[in-house]
Ligand binder design. Structure first.
Ligand SMILES: [Fe+2]
Length: 163
């Protein structure tokens, strides 16, 4: 489609995030099995459940703006996941692999935080408060997930990985 307005940009970014969330629902279970720290595994599995909720919120947003829920391939996410697979796949030491998983997961979280932050802001102009609140709710969960990963890294994994 040709993008000519903020509404168009909003819709394109929504489709991008729909692809991101749907892809993560498929990929997170495998990533959780690669983690050796039980804290990290639990955090990933908890975020998997939240991610299923993110898909549902996007379904609601599409419905509220009267558009069919559609995913548009996100090259940024595919690139981040490809890099994550090539880095973590080569690491034998479990703690070091956990540190790499956290690093990759945070790169994905930061991408989502950037996108949801922009969309929540645009929603003020192109949509309504309900749409903005849905996007903000997911943004808050992505931010919390990112902070939790930092806390796990600091509290346990990094020191063992550095040893
Ligand atoms: Fe998400």
């Amino acid at each position: 489609m040709t993008v000519e307005s903020l509404q168009d940009l909003f819709l394109e970014a929504l489709k991008d995030l729909y692809y991101v969330e749907k892809t993560l629902v498929k990929k997170l279970p495998k990533i959780a099995t690669l983690a050796s720290s039980s804290d990290l595994r639990d955090a990933i599995n908890q975020h998997l459940q939240e991610t299923e909720g993110h898909v549902e919120r996007l379904d609601q947003v599409f419905e509220m703006i009267g558009r069919k829920a559609t995913a548009k391939k996100c090259d940024a996410l595919d690139g981040l996941l490809k890099e994550a697979e090539s880095v973590t796949g080569e690491i034998e030491d479990p703690q070091t692999r956990d540190a790499a998983i956290i690093s990759s997961a945070q790169a994905v979280e930061h991408y989502e935080i950037a996108r949801y932050g922009t969309l929540a802001c645009w929603a003020e102009d192109v949509s309504n408060d309900d749409v903005r609140d849905l996007l903000q709710a997911t943004l808050d969960e992505e931010t919390a997930a990112d902070q939790k990963l930092s806390a796990i890294a600091v509290s346990s994994i990094n020191q063992s990985a550095a040893a």
